[in-house]
Structure formats: C-alpha cells, structure tokens
Write a protein that binds this ligand. Structure first.
Ligand SMILES: Cc1cc2nc3c(=O)[nH]c(=O)nc-3n(C[C@H](O)[C@H](O)[C@H](O)COP(=O)(O)O)c2cc1C
Length: 157
C-alpha cells in the first residue's frame, strides 16, 4: 500500500483544513496516510513514506518557521536518501503571493526530490473549490507511480 505523508504547519486553521483534505483524498484512493504537524514529524516519517505533501502558510514571503525547522532538524539524516521522492506543496496566504510554496520547493529541489504536482495556494480560508483541489491532490499522490515530474529546476542550494 502506498504511504502518503502529509506534513503541515497552521496557526489559524486554514492550512490545516487543506492538509486534512489532502489526507482525505489520499485515503479515499486507498493510500495509507500519515497526517502530522511539522513540529511532530521526524526524519523517519519522510524516509519511510512513498510520497509527501508539505503544507505551509505564507509568513513574510517565506514558509512558516516551523516548517523550515522541520527541514533543519531532519536535513543531515535525509539529505542523501530522498532523491526522486515525489512531493507536492499546498498552503494559505493573506494578501501576498505563493512564495511560501516556492521556498519549500527550493529545499525539496536541493534534496533532488521530484515535484509531481503544481502547488495549491488558498487565500486565507480555503474555498470549497480549493478544498476540492486538495482532495484531488491527495487522490493523485496516492498513485505516485503514475506521476511525472513538473517544473524541473536546477538545485539552487
Ligand atoms: C507571522 C505571520 C506572517 C504573515 N506574513 C504574510 C505574508 O508575508 N504574506 C501573506 O500573504 N500573508 C501573510 N500572513 C497571513 C497568513 O499567511 C494567512 O493568514 C494564512 O491564511 C494563515 O494560515 P493558517 O490559518 O494555516 O495559519 C502572515 C501571518 C502571520 C501569522
């Protein structure tokens, strides 16, 4: 069974609602889903999953500090062990842009992970349409063998 890991940070619940929708979609497609706040996740979670979805709010044009903290904590253990692992990003912003997702992608790119879907970004509370996109993301991630890389970039780290 495919193991889908969903890691996220959320203070006011917007990204959390999206994380739950991604998890629900993946479960409905038959995956074994692990849904964890970034503060509770460890290196083993990432090493043992087949595919990961990473969710973050936009904080000052960057990922949330506690998502960055996750990468900081696990980097040394995982850095040579997650190449080609499929991933996707999602999150919520206020009035700004989607830079938070791009900063997560930069790190995943540096780890040589494989972005397999375009990120889903809500403005504040996710609409029903965005929740639908998140469920769809989860359903697609449950079948990672069918997914090709999107938006390949040179590592910049
Ligand atoms: C510390 C902090 C910094 C923020 N910085 C930005 C920002 O630079 N750009 C932006 O669009 N929204 C910013 N926001 C708004 C959040 O991204 C937005 O409210 C989001 O929906 C919060 O998601 P959450 O409910 O998952 O915590 C900021 C919020 C906080 C708490």
């Amino acid at each position: 069974m495919v193991k889908v890991l969903v890691i996220y940070h959320s203070q006011s619940g917007n990204t959390e609602a999206m994380a739950k929708a991604v998890a629900e979609g993946a479960k409905s497609a038959g995956a074994n889903v692990v849904l964890k706040k970034a503060t509770e996740a460890n290196a083993e979670d990432l090493l043992t999953c087949d595919v990961v979805a990473i969710g973050t709010p936009n904080y000052f044009g960057y990922m949330a500090g506690l998502v960055k903290d996750y990468f900081d904590r696990v980097w040394i253990v995982i850095r040579d062990k997650v190449a080609e692992k499929p991933y996707a990003t999602f999150g919520s912003k206020g009035g700004g842009g989607a830079q938070a997702l791009e900063t997560v992608e930069n790190i995943c790119n540096g780890l040589k992970m494989r972005k397999v879907l375009d990120g889903v970004m809500a403005t504040r509370q996710p609409s029903e349409a965005v929740i639908g996109q998140c469920k769809e993301m989860g359903m697609k991630l449950a079948k990672p063998e069918k997914m090709k890389a999107v938006g390949i970039r040179e590592p910049r780290l």
